[in-house]
Design a protein. Structure first.
Length: 326
């Protein structure tokens, strides 16, 4: 009797959380261009806004038997029901501003067949070289001589992972679970942003010495020109009038994506940089030293342990932009 690919057996083994995905939340997506079933490629590092990427082992095909023992492997069975569920919830996810991608290690032709047969309104990505495994240390397993991805789902905001579903079971419920999580967290976004802004304003108002920048913590999510640790960076030099340098600095700051000036006075600027959807905040301070003709700065994440070099990269970009500004 032919195996139904769209329904799940009642006695599937439940996969256990082995901790193999515990490191993923907060990580940036790598610069990795993968073929997509609707043509061209997608560079994961360039994905903007909110995206759902469900990673799965292998979709079955009606004309090809499943590998021996497939149903006995925890988490293996259910790729077709999972894809169909994301298809059925696609409009609701899009209404929340979320894009959807499926991703597995099958080649482009295999993915094309699945996308067409299941009438998927979103692209499938082909990673037949397991490049994402190497970049993010994703968990895999072996069946029928093939190394395949274990099932997990990533929610990303501006190419940074903000939520991980692992293990995923049952797979046909994953799309509904993702939708419920997104609804809950997007409704909290505005209140959270207002609360963070209020906290920032309170902290800045309490700063009695605006030219002494807030010290960086021990965690690797902050950089400062006034630090003696690994967080240390080089001040930005300027020539001429300090007020003109401050005005130019302000323009360069505001040219950055989702940048806001939260406080400004002669010789000092405080700013925030936020991710697009979940509004993760990096707080920055700039002090203009007119005597030394340099601009000191400090930039750090408000939450989390590591920022994966985001603040250092942003300050390097600002310094370059300041040097190039007229």
């Amino acid at each position: 009797m032919a195996t139904s690919l769209t329904t799940l057996p009642d006695d599937l083994p439940v996969p256990l959380d082995d901790g193999a995905a515990a490191h993923l939340e907060g990580m940036p997506l790598p610069a990795l261009a993968l073929p997509r079933t609707d043509g061209g490629t997608t560079d994961l590092a360039t994905l903007r806004g909110l995206q759902v990427i469900y990673v799965y082992p292998m979709t079955g095909r009606p004309d090809v038997p499943l590998p021996d023992g497939w149903d006995a492997i925890p988490g293996a069975r259910g790729c077709t029901p999972q894809s169909c569920a994301f298809r059925d919830h696609h409009a609701e996810l899009a209404a929340l501003g979320a894009g959807v991608f499926g991703l597995s290690s099958q080649d482009g032709d295999y993915q094309q067949e699945a996308a067409a047969r299941l009438h998927l309104p979103f692209p499938l990505l082909s990673d037949d070289g397991l490049q994402l495994k190497a970049a993010l240390r994703l968990p895999t397993f072996t069946a029928a001589g093939l190394e395949l991805y274990r099932r997990l789902t990533l929610i990303t905001d501006d190419a940074r992972i903000v939520k991980v579903f692992y293990p995923v079971f049952p797979p046909d419920r994953n799309a509904a679970d993702v939708l419920a999580w997104l609804k809950e967290h997007t409704m909290k976004t505005r209140d959270t942003a207002l609360a963070l802004a209020a906290c920032a304003a309170t902290a800045l108002a309490a700063d009695a010495a605006p030219r002494m920048l807030t010290p960086c913590p021990d965690s690797p999510n902050c950089v400062s020109t006034q630090s003696d640790s690994a967080a240390k960076m080089t001040p930005i030099p300027f020539s001429g009038d300090a007020a003109a340098a401050q005005a130019r600095l302000k323009q360069v700051i505001l040219a950055q994506p989702r940048a806001t000036i939260t406080r400004e006075e002669p010789g000092f600027i405080a700013a925030e940089f936020r991710s697009r959807i979940f509004r993760f905040v990096d707080a920055a301070e700039f002090a203009i030293d007119a005597g030394a003709s340099v601009i000191h700065y400090r930039s750090g994440a408000r939450t989390g342990y590591s920022d994966f070099g985001v603040n250092r990269s942003r300050m390097e970009t600002l310094a370059k932009g300041f040097a190039e500004a007229k």
